[in-house]
Design a protein around this ligand. Structure first.
Ligand code: DON
Length: 307
C-alpha cells in the first residue's frame, strides 16, 4: 500500500542503491549463488503497522540473525541464571567465527558469535532433548514471532553442512569443556538448520517489532517472551550484534542490531520499531554494506539514534 512512509523508503532504496562494494559470502557455497542486486527494506511499528519496499517477497536464510531469537528462546526455556552460567554477555572483539571463550570459565564470550550460538542451541528445550526436538521448538517460536509458518531452506542447510568444519571443531571444544551432553555434530546440524530458516524483510521487521514491544507480537498480540527476556536480548545486540564492528555501529546508528552473512540486518528500536533490511554484499566483518548505509541514513534522517 502506498503511503508517505513507503514513498520515503523508496527514496531511501534509490539513494543507497549505488553502494555496490562488498562481496557475497563465499564460505557457504549456496550463499555465493545469491543475486547481489536483491534489495529490500521493511519497518513495523509496535502498534502493528508494517511498510515494505523493494524485493519484499524475496526470502533469504536468517544465518546469524537467528542468534538473538535462539538466545531469547533459551532464556525462556532455561532461565537467565542457567544461560548466563554457560554463555557470557561481553563483546569478544574478535571475528564471528573465532573460538572466543572466557579464560578460566571457558564460557563463550556472548551468544551472537558462532561459538556462543552453538552453545545456546544445545540448551534449547532441555538437556535431554533430541536434535529434531530442538529444531522443531525453535522453528515454532520463530514462526510465532513472524506470525506465519516459516521453513528451512534445504539447499542452504545442505550446503553449510558440507562446509561446517570450523563450527564442528568449536562444538567439539565446547563438549570437551563439559558445556553440553549432546553429540557435537547433532548440535551443529541443529544450529545450521536454525541459520537456514528463511524469511523476507517484512517477517524480519515484525520479529524485531516483537522485541521492541517487550515480547508482544504486535499483530497477533501474543506475549511470546517476557519483557525481561526481550530486554536481555536487545542489550546483547547492542554490545555484540555487529561483532567487532558493534562499537562503531552503535556510535553511528544507535539502534540495537544483528546481521547475518546472507545479507540481512535486523534493527530493533525499543518501544518504537522493528527494521529489516536485505542486500547480499558484505564487508570484511560479514555485515551487509548496503544495509549499513540504509540504517545510517534512516537513523540520521528520522532521528532514531537512541542517545
Ligand atoms: O555459522 C555460520 O558461519 C553461519 N551459519 C552464520 C554466520 C553469520 O551469519 C555471521 N554473520 N554475519
Amino acid at each position: 500500500m502506498k503511503s508517505p512512509v513507503t514513498d520515503y523508503l523508496e527514496d531511501l532504496l534509490t539513494s543507497t542503491r549505488d553502494e555496490n562494494s562488498g562481496e557475497l559470502a563465499a564460505y557457504i557455497p549456496e550463499l555465493a549463488k545469491a543475486d547481489p542486486n536483491k534489495f529490500a527494506i521493511a519497518l513495523t511499528t509496535v502498534d502493528g503497522r508494517s511498510y515494505a519496499v523493494g524485493d519484499v517477497d524475496h526470502e533469504f536464510s536468517l544465518q546469524s540473525i537467528s542468534k538473538p531469537f535462539a538466545y531469547a528462546l533459551a532464556l525462556a526455556d532455561r532461565g537467565l541464571s542457567h544461560v548466563i552460567s554457560k554463555v557470557g554477555v561481553e563483546p569478544s572483539g574478535e571475528a564471528f567465527n573465532e573460538l572466543s571463550v572466557e579464560e578460566g570459565t571457558q564460557r563463550p564470550d556472548n551468544p551472537m558469535i558462532n561459538v556462543g550460538a552453538i552453545a545456546i542451541h544445545s540448551m534449547l528445550v532441555s538437556d535431554s532433548a533430541g536434535q529434531q526436538e530442538r529444531i522443531d521448538h525453535l522453528l515454532d517460536f520463530l514462526s510465532r514471532l513472524a506470525g506465519r509458518q516459516l521453513h528451512i531452506d534445504q539447499s542452504v542447510f545442505e550446503s553449510e553442512k558440507e562446509t561446517a568444519q570450523r563450527n564442528l571443531a568449536m562444538a567439539h571444544m565446547l563438549k570437551s569443556f563439559g558445556l553440553f551432553e549432546a553429540e557435537a555434530h547433532e548440535v551443529v546440524e541443529g544450529y545450521i538448520a536454525q541459520c537456514a530458516i528463511k524469511v523476507n524483510v517484512q517477517d524480519l521487521s515484525i520479529m524485531g517489532a516483537t522485541f521492541a514491544n517487550g515480547g508482544v507480537q504486535p499483530i497477533t498480540g501474543e506475549q511470546t517472551v517476557d519483557s525481561i527476556v526481550a530486554r536481555q536480548v536487545l542489550s546483547v545486540m547492542v554490545s555484540a550484534g555487529m561483532y567487532d564492528g558493534s562499537g562503531t555501529w552503535f556510535a553511528q546508528v544507535g539502534i540495537p542490531a544483528k546481521s547475518g552473512v546472507s545479507g540481512g540486518v535486523l534493527g530493533v528500536l525499543p518501544s518504537q520499531l522493528g527494521i529489516g533490511v536485505f542486500s547480499p554484499r558484505l564487508d570484511e566483518k560479514g555485515n551487509s554494506v548496503r544495509s549499513i548505509e540504509v540504517f545510517k541514513q534512516l537513523s540520521a534522517q528520522m532521528g532514531l539514534h537512541m542517545m
